[in-house]
Design a protein around this ligand. Structure first.
Ligand code: URP
Ligand code: ZN
Ligand code: ZN
Length: 475
């Protein structure tokens, strides 16, 4: 036995109980009361603390070329930040360029990830950028064999799919044991509104929200679900942000369809008002909040919380996609010195370090149970993406990715003082967390000591996803 976490309360998706947790060779080797350390076992006193599975952030964009630049965190700095917030696995999006086979592209991206040296484990979702030929579609099976069974299609952006390509991707995924995720926004209406606002000289970040409003997202959520029903395939709606979409997911799940949804902390905490004023008390401007999809109104925020509580929403992830303040300023003056507007701001915000502390803090305040927080941030992610053979729970035989959480610790997020990514600001500045991780272990090795990153660059490795055949809304 290498490590013994003694006297804490173990929280799983289903129950909470007092137990010691033993770790041997990086795996959880025993869970029980009064476990005795062996000679040389490191003992961690967890009295008064919760013992949780490390979170899985199923939606990050590290080192991603986007919006004329590359997202600020790479596989190392992003996973270092993740580790310091109790997230011990990330699933990063890599989007296939037009004309390049996904399997070839995946090989290159796995090499890139290894060269950057992730601090904790990572997996990959394959972003679909070109399924215009049968050859490209058939190549998805190779990607599955390489350990990536999750794909994401985009209904917006230049590289997005049309409904026919989306349908074909769903059919192929069903055949090969994969899951399709979707970024659902109505591209044609979005494009029309962008043109209209720009022609009216309405160029501020508020019009980013206006052109990607509740109805633009809600219609696409409904259409995506209809396409999945037509294909008889499971579907995962990423970054769900609006009440209409929540209702559509609830209805499909009540009918027995394997439709799953993810939301993100930013949609549970902020509203569209940030695009008017920002958060000036923390020197955050409206452009710092520009992400796709944008934050919505309070009605949607409330519907998302209800969706978490009643099981309509299965997972919580961040959509971590950081850009520097000077890049966020491209909405005023572009990179090439031209007059900017809301479409020239790189889309995305940081959050990978904040997801688990945020949702656990909300649980600590009574908004949801700790079990629910663990379920959506860890356990369901592992089940959904075929990683439950090694991740997502405190269970004998699984990787010892463990968070010791102090419900009494208070942390006010301060980018300079207590955050560990590469970005020069965070939209979470000044947010107070009631409770915080005091120790985080990856494969039984300490990576966060409650203050600093103490892990190693390159310690993380690629986690293969098993094939998935989700038949109904079982979680
Ligand atoms: O604003 C965001 N989220 N940028 C990343 C791309 C996406 O659609 O997830
Ligand atoms: Zn997206
Ligand atoms: Zn994203």
């Amino acid at each position: 036995m290498d490590l013994l976490i003694k006297g804490g309360k173990v929280v799983t998706a289903k129950s909470t109980f007092k137990a010691d947790v033993a770790v041997t060779n990086g795996k959880i080797s025993a869970i029980g009361t009064n476990l005795k350390p062996e000679a040389g076992t490191e003992v961690v006193d967890a009295k008064g603390k919760l013992v949780l599975p490390g979170a899985i952030d199923g939606h990050t964009h590290m080192a991603m070329p986007f919006g004329g630049t590359i997202s600020t965190d790479d596989y190392f700095t992003g996973t270092r930040a993740a580790a310091c917030g109790g997230t011990t696995t990330i699933i990063n999006f890599e989007t296939q360029p037009v004309g390049v086979k996904m399997s070839k592209f995946l090989k290159e991206k796995l090499e890139l990830a290894e060269s950057q040296g992730p601090a904790v484990d990572y997996s990959i979702h394959m972003g679909v950028g070109d399924v215009t030929t049968q050859e490209m579609l058939d190549d998805m099976a190779k990607v599955v064999d390489m350990g990536v069974t999750s794909f994401k299609v985009f209904m917006v952006y230049d590289f997005g799919v049309d409904d026919g390509q989306f349908y074909a991707t769903l059919c192929k995924a069903k055949e090969i044991g994969a899951l399709v995720g979707v970024h659902a926004e109505n591209k044609n209406v979005n494009d029309y509104l962008v043109k209209k606002y720009l022609s009216e000289k309405k160029i501020s970040p508020w019009y980013h929200y206006m052109s990607k409003n509740e109805a633009v997202a809600g219609e696409a959520d409904e259409r995506a679900i209809n396409l999945a029903k037509m294909a008889g395939a499971p579907l995962y709606i990423v970054h769900l942000d609006n009440a209409q979409g929540v209702a559509a997911v609830a209805k499909a799940r009540a009918e027995g369809y394997p439709i799953f949804a993810e939301t993100c902390p930013q949609y549970l905490y902020f509203t569209k008002e940030v695009y008017k004023d920002g958060r000036p008390e923390f020197k955050l401007r409206p452009q710092d909040f520009v992400c796709s999809p944008p934050m919505k109104g309070k009605e949607s925020k409330d519907a998302l919380w209800d969706g978490i509580r009643n099981g309509v929403i299965s997972t919580l992830s961040t959509d971590h996609c950081p850009f520097l303040k000077k890049e966020k300023d491209w909405g005023k003056k572009t990179k090439d010195g031209k007059k900017g507007n809301f479409t020239t701001i790189p889309n995305g915000c940081a959050g990978v370090e904040n997801m688990y502390p945020f949702i656990l803090s909300e649980a600590n305040k009574g908004k949801i149970t700790f079990n629910k927080a663990v379920e959506i941030a860890a356990t369901n992610q592992a089940k959904l993406f075929g990683m439950d053979y090694c991740k997502g729970a405190i269970e004998v035989g699984l990787d010892a990715d463990i968070v010791v959480y102090d419900p009494k610790k208070r942390v006010v997020i301060n980018n300079k003082k207590n955050q560990h990514g590469a970005l020069d600001h965070t939209v979470w500045e000044g947010v107070e967390c009631k409770g915080y991780p005091c120790a985080v272990f990856s494969h039984g090795k300490l990576v966060f000591d409650g203050k600093d990153f103490v892990g190693k660059q390159g310690a993380g490795s690629f986690v293969k996803q098993k094939k998935v055949h989700h038949k109904g809304p079982s979680f």
